[in-house]
Design a protein around this ligand. Structure first.
Ligand SMILES: CC(C)(COP(=O)(O)OP(=O)(O)OC[C@H]1O[C@@H](n2cnc3c(N)ncnc32)[C@H](O)[C@@H]1OP(=O)(O)O)[C@@H](O)C(=O)NCCC(=O)NCCS
Length: 353
């Protein structure tokens, strides 16, 4: 059976920045509280749709792998903030790329969607169902955020990343993973108003209320990611000493630190970028992985552990054995279009609605 090597990677971050000080102009909060409780300093707010963000990330991943759109057999789009539910978002990315040979599917496990997409595509390549895949973790949460609720509004941001996978006879790519879900506690993180269940003549579409129990989510995130990592290490016959780099989902710096203590991880081995982007849900772990590669933290043959957690409450932990290439084969001159508004101006417009 083949392995599924990761040969291309790319990220797409919206240019508009929303700082903690910006948030403090319309919420009862301040930079000191947000920084000390979450580790976040700023986040991005998208001026384009989630499909357009995903397209930019995919175009970069393809160039990095030295491939063209014709080479793509499958697109798996991981997100919980799709522009529309039917037709799906992966088909929109297919059209934007011109990847006419690709099968297209959307996958929603909230913040873990990018990682579950990696599992789905890896399994389909390893079993021979497809010969290549683009997987996406992308989220444009800002239009669905309740910007009057400081409990959640300070935590999230928009972004996207994509990976290109292809078969390889050598052991590489995802070697082991553990997946799970605490379904019995699913209501502690729910976006009321987002889905057919909320069809109600008194409600307008996207009349959103976040039911968000931060402290409970915090505890379950630590529990889920710890459980996932221990299970993955056990299945692979490795210990934390064998891991070269941990790239965790970035929901709160204190969650990451608590996880590090539980697993007895050397903090030098833990990749952090939460200060720049906040929690980008499905995009978070993949953007962090792409930046870890770009910053030279991932080396040929590195063993990379990626724990993640999200609504559902889903959890995951992937062990990746990196291949022999950490630089792209080529580059493409494409970026998210410039925004004519600042992050704060985009939010002010959303608040008016
Ligand atoms: C949300 C979270 C940051 C809250 O941190 P916390 O230390 O647990 O804070 P608490 O909920 O105990 O709130 C402490 C106080 O700060 C206040 N507070 C909450 N949000 C605030 C904000 N943005 N600015 C200022 N004060 C705030 C609360 O009202 C509370 O005040 P009180 O003591 O007078 O009642 C934290 O629980 C968390 O990150 N949870 C995980 C959530 C997550 O990211 N989930 C995504 C899925 S992975």
């Amino acid at each position: 059976m083949n392995y599924a090597n990761i040969t291309g990677w790319g990220k797409a971050l919206p240019p508009a920045v929303l700082t903690n000080d910006d948030l403090a102009t319309f919420l009862d909060t301040d930079d000191q509280w947000i920084t000390s409780r979450t580790g976040m300093k700023e986040r991005r707010i998208s001026n384009v749709s989630v499909s357009e963000l995903a397209y930019v990330a995919c175009a970069k991943a393809l160039a990095c792998a030295g491939k063209t759109a014709d080479d793509v057999d499958l697109i798996v789009f991981g997100s919980c903030t799709f522009d529309e539910l039917c037709p799906n978002a992966a088909s929109n990315v297919q059209r934007l790329l011109g990847a006419t040979n690709a099968a297209c599917m959307d996958l929603n496990t909230a913040c873990t969607s990018g990682m579950y997409s990696l599992t789905a595509a890896t399994a389909m390549i390893r079993s021979g169902v497809v010969n290549s895949a683009l997987i996406i973790g992308a989220e444009v949460i800002s239009p669905l955020m309740d910007w009057t609720n400081r409990d959640v509004a300070v935590l999230f941001g928009d972004g996207a990343a994509a990976l290109y996978l292809e078969p390889d006879e050598n052991e590489t790519g995802v070697i082991t993973e553990s997946l799970g879900c605490f379904g019995e506690s699913r209501e502690i993180l729910s976006i009321e108003g987002w889905g057919a269940k909320y069809r109600d003549p008194k409600r307008t579409l996207c009349d959103i209320n976040w039911d968000f129990h931060g402290q409970d989510i915090f505890k379950r995130a630590v529990e889920g990611m710890t459980k996932g990592c221990l299970s993955t290490l056990e299945k692979s016959g490795l210990t934390n000493e064998d891991i070269d780099l941990v790239v965790p989902h970035q929901a709160n710096l204190r969650i990451i630190k608590t996880l590090g203590k539980r697993l007895n991880l050397d903090s030098d081995k833990v990749f952090i970028n939460i200060h720049k982007y906040g929690n980008m849900s499905a995009a978070t772990a993949l953007v962090a992985l792409v930046e870890a590669i770009e910053e030279g933290r991932v080396k040929p043959g590195s063993k990379v552990l990626i724990p993640a957690f999200g609504g559902g409450l889903t959890w995951s932990s992937h062990l990746i054995l990196w291949g022999d290439r950490c630089t792209g084969l080529s580059e493409i001159d494409i970026e998210v279009p410039a925004s004519d508004k600042t992050g704060l101006e985009i939010i002010q417009q959303l608040l008016k609605h």
